[in-house]
Design a protein around this ligand. Structure first.
Ligand SMILES: [Zn+2]
Length: 293
């Protein structure tokens, strides 16, 4: 099955990079996001939220992940002002990864994956080193208000060895610096040998338990259109990989418009955070789907 997503993807890239379309924003002034044009950032069903260890919601239910045929060469890699991103090439002739969420009839197709520093959600009051969001778009049923589904996970630098798939992604983000516009001023990262890896973007999620709730985008305009699915088990990467991730996001400097000097690309807070704090639940239910397989 072939899913073509050109128009949808460009809409979503705008929504998530949120720069020209929604105006400038940064992470030292999150309280100003609600004042931006078209903003839903003061809504009652925003994201992220604080998550808590809980019992499984009955009955147990599995997510259905279909990896599709797209490989790493079908993704475009970017270093953005609030993280790193890999987006499926809209011209790619491959079948997108898809996910089916328990108790939702529609299937969601993968558009892009991006990473925030540090985590946006919390688990039992604890934050983590980074948080990954796999953004999906609902297939068909354009009338639903919940047009997006995010598969999310904490990332923590606790692996003894490099995470092979993450290593391949890092190398692509390093390569992306060389072709960025405006030009990147300098990069201390070069190409390095790549280990073998399995390119299944869902490999960290299959058979895992998830919290599920209705929320929104975590960047302006905070649009409340997202089925959130957050795994209870963090993705583990090595300390070296976490160092590379933070340097790519926080230390990438680009040419200024007048070509006279360099400026930071990041809109991180002074703490280095590109994460929005948890928002009020306002009576929403959070269910926990536990895998039975
Ligand atoms: Zn995100």
């Amino acid at each position: 099955m072939l899913f073509r997503i050109a128009a949808l993807s460009s809409i979503l890239l705008q929504a998530f990079t949120a720069d020209a379309a929604a105006g400038a924003f940064d992470y030292d002034h999150v309280e100003l996001w609600a004042d931006m044009p078209g903003s839903e950032c003061n809504g009652k069903a925003n994201s992220p939220i604080a998550l808590y260890t809980s019992d499984c919601t009955a009955p147990q239910a599995d997510y259905k992940f279909t990896p599709g045929t797209c490989g790493i060469d079908n993704y475009d890699f970017y270093v953005t002002k609030n993280g790193v991103q890999m987006a499926l090439d809209t011209a790619a002739s491959c079948s997108n990864p898809t996910v089916k969420i328990p108790n939702i009839s529609s299937t969601y197709t993968h558009l892009q994956t991006h990473i925030h520093l540090s985590s946006e959600h919390s688990i039992d009051g604890n934050f983590y080193g980074a948080e990954m969001h796999m953004v999906h778009k609902r297939i068909g049923d354009d009338t639903s208000s919940m047009q997006y589904a995010v598969i999310g996970t904490m990332i923590e630098p606790t692996a003894a060895a490099n995470n092979p798939m993450f290593e391949a992604w890092l190398q692509r983000w390093v390569a992306a610096l060389k072709t960025m516009t405006p030009t990147v001023c300098e990069s201390c990262w070069g190409a390095y040998p790549l280990e073998a890896y399995e390119q299944n973007v869902y490999q960290g999620f299959i058979g895992k338990d998830f919290w599920h709730y209705d929320g929104g985008l975590t960047t302006p305009a905070c649009t409340e259109a997202v089925e959130w699915n957050f795994t209870t088990e963090p993705m583990q990467i090595s300390v070296k990989q976490y160092q590379m991730l933070t340097e790519l996001i926080l230390d990438t400097r680009i040419q200024n418009d007048d070509d006279t000097k360099c400026k930071d690309i990041t809109v991180a807070a002074v703490s280095g955070s590109t994460s929005r704090p948890p928002q009020q639940l306002n009576g929403r239910s959070v269910v926990k789907y536990c895998s039975f397989s």
